[in-house]
Design a protein around this ligand. Structure first.
Ligand code: GMT
Length: 379
């Protein structure tokens, strides 16, 4: 198949899923065309099946807000006309689904049929999409898509509850490439961070309010009084300065390190004992899946799609939002010498359920189904 993929090129989960999906499809022989404003972070290597088409925007002094959606729609039209795409898969509704709709209409005028699949990832529904400033457009473009997927049952439920949806929604979970995300031996690295054999706790996020990084810090600061441990925080975002200040005021500064954005997260995960995901909302929790795959048990909140990802008591534990004391108690239990290896095994076993090899055929089958149905509908 000749497939166009529209996504955010940044570190965020939706961009990672879109890019990894495109790479995996290309490895199976499909031709993939990424259409976005800069080269996706996870698109490190090209091959004969991988293409990247940049959306460039002409700026003009009149534009306080450059019209990215229009530039994207025009670029989609251009790529479809010149590359002969069979379908377009857009990740994250805003503004990708509505730009795809506009491109589809333009192409119809030119006698070209373009089936569009929209994948909803989370905040495009749970936070941003629900807002009155976007809701009518999000509803419309979901209903106008030829296919719609969500990354968890919970996100599907949320979408149906908050939007007037007439379209069927298919659930296809996030996935993990177990060839890349696996425990590697990096003992020298661990020794450098935990010179006295402390336990190593880790958190990865985009440091937005929704992640409640303050709960990671509060939990860790109580935990380290009982279990000698170190905390690594990976990623960057608006809350980072406040979190750095908080870490300095409530914890021993030498026990907490902010690493910023790093490319090879799996190397840090490989030497970690426990991962915290304390989010207020989380449609799936890809960062937690990456941890599980590297044999790192997870303590997460019991929100959104996390209960679908986690196996409570086996791959880690689910706790109520903000229940720092429960998280401390569960962390002490997991990090206990007699429990840790059992949880590490449980983590890997759980991750295998989301193996890329199992999820990729779900997308391919869905593409074929949508193609068949949309061709039938245009006669
Ligand atoms: O984690 C984020 O806030 C980034 C966001 C995104 O769209 O890039 O992630 C969302 O999509 C990921 C991939 O499907 C999911 O694994 C995350 O759970 C989801 N984030 C939220 O729902 C907050």
């Amino acid at each position: 198949m000749n497939i166009g993929i529209v996504c955010y090129p940044t570190y965020g989960g939706s961009g990672v899923v879109a890019t990894e999906l495109g790479k995996a499809l290309a490895a199976k022989g499909h031709k993939i065309h990424f259409i976005t404003y800069s080269q996706p972070r996870r698109l490190e290597h090209f091959n004969e099946n991988l293409n990247y088409h940049e959306v460039s925007m002409k700026s003009y002094p009149l534009f306080d807000y450059p019209p990215y959606e229009l530039a994207l729609a025009s670029r989609i039209v251009d790529v479809v006309e010149h590359e002969g795409l069979d379908l377009l898969h857009v990740h994250y509704a805003i503004p990708h689904a509505s730009a795809a709709y506009m491109a589809k209409q333009i192409l119809t005028q030119k006698g070209i049929h373009l089936p569009v699949i929209t994948t909803l990832h989370g905040t495009d529904i749970t936070l941003v999409g629900k807002d009155a400033s976007y809701e009518p457009v999000v509803t419309f473009s979901i209903n106008m898509s030829d296919g719609v997927t969500t990354v968890s049952e919970d996100l599907k439920k949320d979408t149906l509850e908050h939007f007037d949806i007439t379209n069927h929604i298919e659930v296809i979970p996030n996935f993990i490439d177990l060839d890349r995300f696996q425990k590697q031996s990096k003992d020298h690295f661990r020794k450098a961070i935990c010179p006295n054999d402390e336990r190593l706790v880790v958190h990865t996020s985009n440091f937005r309010k929704v992640k409640r990084v303050e709960d990671v810090l509060a939990t860790f600061c109580k935990l380290r009084k009982v279990v000698p441990s170190k905390l690594l925080l990976i990623g960057d975002g608006p809350e980072r300065p406040r979190m750095e200040e908080m870490a300095r005021s409530i914890c021993e500064p030498e026990d907490v390190r902010f690493l910023g954005k790093i490319e090879q997260v799996e190397e840090v995960l490989s030497v970690s004992d426990l991962f915290f995901m304390t989010s207020e909302k989380e449609s799936f929790g890809l960062a937690a899946l990456e941890a599980l795959a590297c044999e790192v048990p997870v303590i997460s909140t019991n929100v959104g799609g996390l209960p679908e990802l986690m196996e409570d008591g086996i791959s880690g534990f689910l706790c109520d939002i903000g229940d720092v004391d429960a998280m401390v108690e569960k962390a002490i239990h997991i990090l206990d010498e007699k429990n840790l290896s059992k949880f590490k095994k449980g983590a890997l076993e759980r991750a295998k359920k989301f193996d890329l090899k199992n999820v990729l055929p779900m997308y391919e089958n869905y593409y074929n189904q949508v193609l068949r149905e949309s061709l039938k509908s245009v006669g």
